[in-house]
Design a protein around this ligand. Structure first.
Ligand code: GDP
Ligand code: ZN
Length: 438
């Protein structure tokens, strides 16, 4: 990584200010060429006026402010220069072109963060948190990303790793110095392994919620006409958005509503219901409803407590919402063993319980680090499985070598979270999904 990269770091479009960022060993000499003055007498981290010139034609392109950072004291850990100019798309593109003409290379998506990771400025979980922070669609997701960026997840991973290391130290002492250390005292290994397992379990408990925070959730409402699907959507949205009528089959099309339920971004689809019909317009609605239901993560099957009807259950996970509980007391036992919640779209009764059932997990305590990606959960599940194996091996009184192998395996899986043991292709894949200029 000896080249110097450049990119527009701010969002494209008309804006008051736009930033072009450079990082790499030649950042300051390239910048000096473009602003036609040396950065020698400009202290790092201080803004100073600068004019950007086209290196070929000498034409002045923009006036603004220049700041530079000397590696390793920068975001990437390398020498970094930022030019803050006017925010127009064309101006920023010209300024970027000037830096490229002076010897910088256009940065790939996420390349600044990738360099920060390789230079030890951020671990992998923190770099992911940065991407999540930028793309957060709810306050809860934004907060989770901030905590992860602070390193709370990484710190928890380090605490678990420390327990494993303690177990390993005991195991390796009996393996390497059997005369001095003597027989393995199982409790001295079991205790740290048990603590590691407990911490992992706590992290994994919030995994489904954390992943839904960042990835969001698509929920489809199905059920016969007039059971109250549109009313439920309105009640969840807290406003009259869908058209609610007394006539069966009025929701001809699919209505999608972007909501935030229990902190999770949720896209709720109200469908026309899945019933056979001869009306051609209604048939299109039914076909589209089927397609929408097929792609949803969770389906809310709405039924009317006053009118028991045969149930059409979807293939994926679902919750039965027995609506109009204000009119008739719903007999939930009828739906066992399927999950069913009594609600009233009219009075709002049962909506919180329905949301909890749909989100699928209880919302974890607000200060716990959250697992926001499937990658984290997968790595931690493998670590937990290896710790489990190590404890079983220990309980069976098998040789310390075998317990050490499992413990090493758990440490390696854990290290994937922070990137210590992550394969390079995976690292590159993670950064390639970042935006340009980050
Ligand atoms: P959809 O066809 O399934 O979308 O049903 P709608 O939402 O259009 O509702 C059909 C009728 O049921 C309307 O007259 C609603 O006011 C009424 N309704 C919906 N939910 C409730 C409820 O919880 N309680 C009562 N009493 N009426 C409801
Ligand atoms: Zn409707």
């Amino acid at each position: 990584m000896t080249d110097t990269i450049a990119a527009i770091a701010t969002a494209t479009g008309a804006a008051g200010v736009g930033i072009v960022r450079l990082s790499g060993p030649n950042a300051r000499t390239i910048a000096a060429q473009v602003v036609r003055r040396s950065l020698q007498d400009q202290p790092p981290r201080l803004l100073k006026r600068a004019t950007v010139y086209d290196p070929q034609s000498g034409e002045s392109l923009d006036d603004g402010l220049l700041v530079h950072f000397i590696g390793p004291h920068s975001f990437t850990g390398e020498d970094v220069v930022e030019f803050q100019g006017h925010g127009g798309m064309l101006t920023l593109a010209q300024v970027l072109q000037a830096f490229l003409a002076a010897g910088a290379r256009l940065a790939r998506p996420g390349e600044f963060s990738e360099r920060a990771f390789h230079n030890g400025k951020l671990d992998l979980a923190q770099a992911e948190a940065l991407a999540d922070l930028i793309s957060a669609r709810s306050v809860a997701a934004q907060r989770a990303a901030r905590r992860q960026l602070d390193g709370s997840l990484s710190q928890e991973a380090h605490r678990i790793a420390a327990e494993l290391q303690e177990a390993l130290a005991r195991l390796e002492a009996t393996i390497d110095f059997p005369e001095d250390v003597g027989e393995l005292v199982p409790e001295t290994v079991e205790a740290p392994l048990g603590r590691a397992a407990q911490r992992l379990e706590r992290l994994l408990a919030g995994a489904a919620y954390g992943r839904r925070l960042t990835e969001g959730l698509t929920v489809a409402l199905t059920g016969a006409p007039n059971v109250g699907k549109s009313s439920l959507l309105n009640a969840l949205a807290g406003a009259e958005r869908a058209i609610v009528t007394e006539l069966a089959g009025t929701t001809r099309d699919i209505l999608a509503e972007e909501l935030v339920l229990a902190g999770v971004p949720v896209r709720v689809l109200d469908t026309a219901g899945l019933r056979e019909t001869d009306d051609p317009v209604e048939r299109i609605g039914v076909a589209r409803a089927r397609a929408a239901v097929a792609t949803a993560d969770v389906v809310i099957v709405v039924v009317d407590a006053t009118r028991p009807e045969p149930l059409a259950l979807p293939e994926q996970s679902f919750v039965i919402a027995v609506n109009k509980s204000d009119l008739a007391s719903p007999e939930l036992e009828r739906f066992a063993p399927h999950p069913a919640v009594a609600i009233s779209a009219r009075t709002g009764e049962g909506l919180d319980a329905l949301v909890q059932a749909v989100i699928g997990t209880s919302v974890p305590a607000s200060d716990a680090p959250l697992l926001t990606r499937a990658r984290h959960e997968d790595a931690l599940r493998r670590a937990a499985a290896q710790i489990h194996d190590a404890r079983v091996t220990l309980a069976l009184g098998l040789p310390a070598e075998l317990i050490a192998v499992d413990t090493h395996g758990a440490l390696a899986a854990l290290g994937e979270l922070t990137g210590q043991t992550t394969r390079e292709e995976i690292i590159q894949g993670i950064f390639s999904r970042f935006c340009i200029g980050k």
